[in-house]
Design a protein. Structure first.
Length: 497
């Protein structure tokens, strides 16, 4: 059907929604298997959380998206509805015919700037997002919908991330741009301007509807400390240090046996997660994984919205809200002992290169030290024998006599190979994880008071005291609505091409 363009009347909200919906559906085709209203809602929510149809539903990233959906919308979706919706949607995608060409008249009507200016009641950002999510059939990793719709104007070219964190003089807009650029954007902005600008600091601690025009967007629920299977979690940083992961269990036979039998960490406190994503506490998580991949770790679940990048950005802003040090907390790491992406043999070689070393003064002893190995050789730790596949008849070999590759050192070799195999199967960083460890949120960093700083964050987030997700100011709401219409025109062009 061809739609005539009429300039004699104003467009209503319903007109705009109807024609945008029709345009998108014509451009990309429609569902071939009907989904219930609940299933459509489930599809919309998991896509918002980063669900990728190119991967199986059991894939780690998709499980994170599903867990985030269940945590963020417990009253709207269940796992059973999500599973049913995904099966239908996968069938739809497999059977969907090629998209027909756009009707130029309809597209022109939907994106013509003059009628849009005279809209009687503009559609909201949420409405337009719903229209697009319901009708776009594929998600492409290179272009997330939220990135495209809210990206900074890049007509001039150049580095997108640098442009997105460049100051505009409007603190609310600057914070929104930093948030959109992920945790690296927030850290760069806070170090360059935010930690020195009282206006930014003021916005971060004013999160009520009267301040940012939205409620309860900044009330972030935090779950109580609960044992969570380490196998159900994924890292959000690109660097995990071997020695920080295994110094404690491989520094004492008693500590190792306790780790084996308890299948958890002996470290106090809880790590911070959001859905299936580890936010802070990666080395305690990997330490448990190194010994018992079927073990669990005490965790507190921060119900930050969005995908991994958005969760980390919000966490960085929560830190900024309690930080008066002038510099965003940060930690680095060296590539020599990084286990991310390494296989069993590489990790065994790292352990071999570090046997006898103690990089953490709090560890019970040097890595695979003589006292530890002697106790195992004396038959005092049957649980270690069973775990490492030792017979109990292996002889003690002193560190000074241990050859390269543990060639003559069966006890150390068995332990190293067990840990190497476990860490070699460690999940890869989730999509949205920053390239540099320096950009990762440090929720208990000493510069914000350590545990006291974390306690402030854990108290303030559920109360909605910190402004950690958009919008950051009331003015930004109307600006984003106008920007949404501009981005829609570009999106329509993208589909056409």
């Amino acid at each position: 059907m061809r739609i005539r363009k009429s300039r004699s009347r104003q467009l209503t909200r319903e007109d705009t929604v109807r024609f945008l919906t029709g345009t998108v559906r014509e451009a990309v085709g429609s569902h071939t298997m009907d989904l219930t209203m609940d299933e459509r809602e489930a599809i919309e929510i998991i896509e918002e959380m980063g669900y990728d149809y190119d991967n199986h539903i059991a894939h780690m990233e998709n499980q994170v998206a599903i867990n985030d959906a269940l945590a963020g919308y417990p009253d709207l979706v269940t796992y059973e509805v999500i599973e049913s919706a995904v099966k239908k949607e996968m069938a739809n995608r497999a059977n969907r015919p090629p998209a027909p060409p756009l009707d130029p008249d309809r597209l022109q009507y939907a994106m013509d700037p003059e009628p849009m200016i005279r809209v009687e009641s503009k559609i909201t950002k949420r409405q337009l997002r719903r229209i697009i999510r319901k009708n776009i059939p594929t998600r492409r990793r290179s272009t997330r919908m939220t990135d495209f719709l809210f990206e900074e104007n890049d007509d001039e070219g150049g580095d997108d991330k640098a442009a997105s964190t460049e100051s505009t003089g409007d603190p609310g807009k600057d914070l929104a741009a930093a948030y959109a650029a992920g945790p690296e954007g927030v850290r760069a902005f806070m170090d360059a301007q935010g930690n020195k600008d009282p206006k930014v600091q003021n916005i971060l601690v004013k999160a009520s509807e009267a301040d940012d025009g939205a409620d309860p967007d900044d009330k972030i629920n935090i779950g109580s400390a609960t044992a969570v299977p380490v196998s159900g979690l994924g890292p959000t940083q690109q660097f995990i240090d071997l020695m920080q992961s295994v110094s404690f269990p491989l520094g004492s036979a008693d500590v190792l046996e306790q780790a084996i039998t308890s299948k958890t960490s002996g470290a106090p406190g809880a790590i911070s997660i959001s859905g299936g994503a580890v936010l802070d506490g990666h080395h305690r998580w990997s330490g448990v994984y190194a010994i018992t991949p079927d073990g669990s770790i005490t965790s507190k679940d921060f119900a930050f919205p969005g995908g991994v990048a958005e969760k980390l950005a919000a966490a960085q802003l929560a830190i900024a809200a309690v930080n008066d040090s002038g510099t965003q907390p940060s930690k680095g790491g060296g590539a020599a002992t990084d286990i991310i992406g390494k296989g069993k043999d590489e990790i065994v070689s790292m352990i071999d290169a570090n046997k006898g070393n103690q990089t953490d003064e709090k560890a019970p002893g040097p890595l695979l030290n003589d006292k530890m190995i002697q106790a195992i050789a004396d038959g005092k730790h049957s649980a270690i024998d069973e775990w490492a596949g030792l017979t109990g008849g292996e002889e003690f070999v002193a560190l000074t006599d241990s050859e390269a590759g543990f060639a003559n050192d069966p006890i150390r070799k068995a332990i190293a190979e067990k840990v190497g195999a476990n860490l070699g199967s460690l999940p890869q960083p989730l999509g949205g994880a920053p390239e540099s460890r320096e950009d990762m949120p440090q929720l208990d960093h000493e510069s914000i008071g350590g545990d006291a700083g974390l306690a402030k964050i854990e108290k303030g987030l559920p109360a909605g005291e910190f402004n950690v997700v958009p919008p950051f100011t009331k003015e930004a709401v109307s600006k984003d609505d106008n920007l949404m219409l501009d981005r829609w025109q570009r999106l329509a062009g993208l589909i056409k091409g």
